[in-house]
Design a protein around this ligand. Structure first.
Ligand code: AMP
Length: 573
């Protein structure tokens, strides 16, 4: 049994009204001489210059489990060298610097160095194939990419002709420059000084570019600013309950927003130790890392939790996990069963929280200080004004009544709000109505102020005049003892608008049969009522997902209806 977290929540602002962004801002330093606010300074240099210089900032776990540690001073020096390298290469404020790297130390050096230089850092997911990589480099007009020789040769070299803005590719595993454009990263870094003065940085200066997961439509480039660091600090403190001695592990890849906001910035800005694992998901490996690194706060995803739930492992009996005090999850709906599994297995519930690329940081969360309602995303954080709205082309009405499903909207002005979609002002403007940002997610708020996820606005099903959220149906199906995973779509029907259709992955050892199908339908009808339960069920071997683990319902729908499959750049193959 692990010891649940308590401290930051004892005085949790959710329980009081004392919260203000101005007060929280006092916990950041700001650049010396009033020169503004820079993410890398808050995350690294201020700690390196102070009492935490020799504190471990990064624990990097190699595939063979050996650990390489970097102190805050190490990170300060490395990132300053990279900032100097960017200067030497003629990179200016606002230029886009990308990484196409796995979870290795160079990625963190480059990200922090680019932020120091006031360039815009854009991580590209290393598992992307050539076309999505090149598309993003073109869209971003990227000036620099840092990558490996293998990645360069496979994904970038064949398309150099399509990348006129790309000044240099920096190769981390080549000792010599290849030509004037393709340079050796180690050779360049070797020549650079560890002294760098961060230029004046406004909180409104662009810092990060994240291409969203593209669950709907083409990927969009969301731009975030240096002022977002306040959100990272606040959510680290109140949601993840960071304490000075914490060891934090965020399992998300920095190719996605969670991996930068929480796998890089939030823990460092809080001055704690951040674990980075080079390798991919493996249940035994993950438990071993939790044990070996004495992880105290673990931030992961529902997909990972579901995979762990399926294994016949008794983590607290087989591993020493006494350091673990808090488990949080984000990215897709966390079914009630997973929350309860945390409680049963570790003695702490898995705390679901909600946010998206555009919000830049956690907006709605469960915390240990409040009663967790399994299946709910929790309550809005202090300083975040969230509402449910009825949104149509010409209308926008806030809904005050509890239990009504509508679009989740957030009042403009939180520190990590995205400030643009790259080269697409019209699309950005479309996300706002007056003071409100429209998230595109459908949710309900209950009478106690908890928010419940219903589905993406574009996934919603209308059947016999009833709004049916796929998540609700999927959750019910998941409760059936034969079901491993389920995805639900609306299939057009001439009589009732749409019928609810489910795609079901059965648990290992269960054979698909008419009897199993009827049994699941009966279960769903009982749980949901006949108006909401699926009318059709297809058994499938797996569900199409984005590389970040979200079910691509639109792809299931397109395939079902024989329609064009659209952008598949984020599809997990
Ligand atoms: P992304 O921008 O790729 O991070 O995806 C954000 C989207 O993931 C949100 O708009 C939601 O649709 C979904 N999402 C994130 N967190 C949750 C959650 N806790 N519950 C349900 N859906 C979530």
């Amino acid at each position: 049994m692990v010891t649940p977290a308590t401290d930051n929540f004892t005085n949790h602002p959710l329980l009081h009204t004392a919260f203000s962004w101005e007060n929280e801002r006092k916990n950041l330093n700001g650049l010396p001489d009033g020169h503004g606010l820079n993410i890398a300074y808050e995350a690294v240099d201020r700690h390196a210059n102070g009492a935490l210089g020799h504190h471990v900032a990064l624990q990097w776990i190699r595939k063979d489990y050996s650990v390489v540690e970097f102190t805050y001073l190490d990170l300060k020096h490395l990132s300053s060298k990279f900032a100097n390298a960017l200067t030497a290469l003629g990179i200016s404020k606002g230029d886009i610097v990308c990484t196409l790297l796995g979870r290795i130390p160079e990625l963190y050096t480059v990200a922090l160095g680019a932020l120091k230089k006031t360039a815009v850092y854009c991580p590209l997911f290393s598992v992307f194939g050539p076309e999505p990589v090149v598309q993003r480099l073109i869209r971003g007009k990227a000036k620099i990419v840092v990558t490996t020789l293998g990645q360069y040769e496979a994904k970038i070299k064949p398309s150099l002709g399509r990348l006129p803005d790309l000044r240099h590719v920096l190769i981390i595993d080549t000792p010599e420059n290849i030509d004037d454009q393709i340079l050796s990263y180690p050779q360049l870094m070797q020549k650079m000084s560890i002294a760098f003065t961060i230029p004046p940085t406004s909180p409104d200066d662009a810092a990060l570019l994240h291409f969203t997961s593209g669950t709907t439509g083409m990927p969009k480039g969301a731009i975030h600013v240096h002022g977002a660091v306040l959100m990272h600090y606040v959510t680290g403190k109140y949601v993840l309950d960071f304490q000075p001695t914490d060891v934090f592990w965020c399992t998300a890849d920095p190719g996605w927003v969670t991996g930068t906001s929480y796998g890089l910035i939030a823990p460092l800005v809080s001055g704690i130790t951040n674990v980075v694992d080079e390798d991919e998901f493996d249940a035994l490996r993950w438990y071993r890392i939790l044990e070996q690194q004495k992880v105290s706060v673990w931030y992961t995803s529902p997909t990972a939790i579901r995979r762990l739930m399926r294994m016949a492992i008794k983590p607290t009996e087989q591993y020493h996990l006494r350091s673990l005090k808090l488990i949080a999850s984000v990215g897709e709906p966390l079914h009630a069963e997973a929350v309860q599994w945390g409680q049963k297995t570790f003695g702490v519930p898995v705390l679901d929280n909600w946010w998206q690329t555009e919000t830049g940081g956690i907006m709605i969360a469960n915390s240990v200080s409040m009663e967790v309602k399994p299946g709910s995303m929790g309550k809005p954080l202090p300083g975040i004004d969230v509402a449910i709205a009825d949104v149509s082309e010409n209308d926008f009405q806030l809904t005050t009544q509890p239990g009504v499903s509508g679009n989740l909207v957030i009042r403009k002005g939180w520190p990590s709000m995205f400030r643009a979609y790259l080269h697409d002002e019209a699309r950005y403007k479309k996300c706002f109505r007056g003071d409100w940002y429209i998230t595109g997610d459908l949710c309900k708020r209950d009478a106690d102020g908890y928010f419940w996820f219903v589905g993406r606005a574009d996934d919603i099903i209308k059947t016999s005049g009833h709004m049916v959220g796929p998540f609700e149906v999927e959750s019910a199906l998941m409760h059936h003892s034969c079901v491993a995973e389920a995805a639900v779509i609306g299939k057009p029907d001439p009589l009732i608008g749409e019928i609810v259709k489910a795609f079901v992955v059965l648990k290992p050892g269960i054979a698909a049969s008419e009897q199993v199908r009827l049994d699941i339908v009966a279960h769903a009808r009982k749980k949901l009522g006949p108006a909401v339960a699926p009318k059709e069920i297809s058994f499938v071997d797996s569900l199409p997902k984005t590389k970040s683990g979200k079910i691509l319902r639109r792809l299931l729908k397109a395939r079902e209806l024989g329609l064009p499959e659209g952008d598949l750049s984020t599809l997990e193959k």
